[in-house]
Design a protein around this ligand. Structure first.
Ligand code: BES
Ligand code: MN
Ligand code: MN
Length: 453
């Protein structure tokens, strides 16, 4: 009955997603504010149509949280669905083969900003919910909280969660905002890294100077910034910030051996990225480097003259955005302090350095022995024909750790994306196969969760 309903409504399920993908709900850029609100309204209407009650846009200091629920029976378990309707900026636009907010379907994939992260994956939950409501098979109570600021750190959602603990009571948080290893190798994400994010500013002379008249005699802030950044890793690519690794949870040999059983092909990995070799911390393999180990990366760097031709100048200022991905049991607060103190301390005489911390987030590991995980595992096994593998991811969803600390709830990260979906990159896409598999798998989660609970 469920599969029949999904099949009969497939085209509409896809078209509604395409409609939402036409809304450029970029949270990082204030010029899209009206579109962000339009997306929230759109979602509210779709939740109402799907059968949700008490649907509302909850105002926050930033973008609204879309809330809706269906309380079938207080004796049934309650699933809280989290997702986000905001997207990353689409820049650089010129690298898209079709415009980012004019979705097209090519080779079985939907191309658009947000196709996977997270509109496509979030909307699977709305359509799975509709399916369960309309076929009379909804086996749990459901609460939706879909936010519009995930891509900028979820600061206002954190406040919403703290202020709505009663309303958010439930048994588990269900999220599709991660990926899986492959369409033949389903996996469930069991960990996310935390984040400590900073903007740094190096100031040299009080104005841009002629690089011939002053060159060699005053500190060039770009030269200095590059040196300072380079010194943050040693020859083994270990991070040199004092105390950075103090609280890192080292995995046991058994845990690492278990991780190594997940399929991974280094040659394919390099080929997909057109790399002659991988790069990273000595003593760890790629799958460890990008999940269980902390990192430090420059996300952007600028200053001086970057226009056409040459301009001989020693700039007054240089800037960089630097982020660190964190693992249990590092905390963003601890690392923020350590980074700031260290970075300021290595500034040579002749420049001033200012470190401005941005948003942060805590790392999290989710249990695999919970009823919710087992229910998710059975659901994937039904629809994919193989048991999903638990895999820790390198990405961050800062609110997940807060769901645990504030609501006492574990999350199940039922992702259906692939690395090749190019989230945050030009030509982001999401397979129709993955979208429909999500819609089929989610109702089975509800069924098994209700049965096992
Ligand atoms: N959905 C991603 C996170 C993700 C993707 C986790 C794939 C695991 C697998 C999320 O939207 C995201 O991009 N998060 C940001 C953090 C945020 C604070 C900007 C990230 O990881 O950079
Ligand atoms: Mn996301
Ligand atoms: Mn994202």
């Amino acid at each position: 009955m469920i599969n029949q309903y999904i099949n009969d409504n497939k085209d509409r399920f896809v078209n509604e997603l395409l409609d939402m993908l036409r809304i450029p709900s970029v949270s990082a850029d204030a010029k899209f504010k009206a579109d962000v609100l339009r997306n929230a309204e759109f979602l509210k209407e779709r939740l109402l149509e799907a059968g949700a009650d008490n649907v509302e846009l909850v105002e926050t200091a930033g973008n609204p949280v879309v809330y809706g629920e269906k309380m079938v029976d207080p004796s049934l378990p309650t699933v809280l669905v989290y997702g986000h309707y905001d997207v990353q900026p689409a820049d650089p636009y010129e690298l898209w083969t079709s415009p980012p907010f004019e979705p097209v379907i090519k080779d079985g994939k939907i191309y658009a900003r947000g196709a996977c992260d997270d509109k496509g994956q979030m909307y699977m939950h709305v359509k799975a919910f509709e399916t369960m409501v309309k076929t009379g098979t909804l086996a749990c109570n459901v609460k939706f909280m879909i936010e519009g600021e995930e891509e900028v750190g979820s600061v206002n959602l954190a406040t919403f969660v703290r202020e709505n603990k009663e309303r958010l009571q439930g048994d588990v948080i269900l999220i599709s905002d991660t990926g899986m290893l492959g369409n033949d190798t389903p996996s469930i994400t069991t960990g996310l890294r935390g984040l400590s994010y900073h903007e740094v500013e190096v100031t040299g002379p009080n104005r841009d100077l002629h690089s011939g008249l002053y060159g060699g005699a005053v500190a060039n802030p770009i030269n200095i910034l590059c040196k300072m950044i380079a010194s943050l890793h040693d020859e083994n690519n270990h991070i040199t910030i004092p105390g950075f690794y103090d609280n890192v949870d080292d995995l046991s040999a058994e845990e690492r051996a278990e991780m190594a059983r997940a399929p991974f092909n280094l040659e394919k990995y390099k080929k997909a990225l057109d790399l002659s070799d991988v790069h990273g911390e000595g003593g760890y393999v790629t799958m460890e480097r990008n999940s269980i180990r902390p990192t430090l990366d420059v996300n952007g760097i600028w200053g001086g003259y970057t226009g056409e031709g040459a301009k001989t100048v020693i700039p007054s200022k240089a800037y960089a955005k630097i982020s660190m991905r964190l693992v249990p049991h590092q905390t963003s607060e601890e690392i923020t302090v350590k980074f700031k103190e260290h970075f300021e301390s290595i500034a040579p005489a002749g420049v001033k350095v200012v470190v401005k911390p941005h948003h942060g987030g805590e790392p999290v590991v989710t249990p695999t022995d919970s009823i919710a995980y087992q229910a998710a595992s059975k659901a994937y096994e039904d629809t994919f024909g193989v048991k999903p593998i638990p895999v820790r991811s390198g990405g961050s969803i800062p609110i997940v750790a807060m769901f645990k600390s504030e609501l006492g709830l574990d999350s199940v990260l039922m992702g259906f994306g692939l690395d090749s979906d190019a989230i945050h990159s030009p030509n982001e896409n999401f397979g129709l196969f993955n979208y429909m598999k999500g819609i089929e798998t989610i109702p089975l989660f509800y069924k098994y969760f209700a049965e096992m609970k």
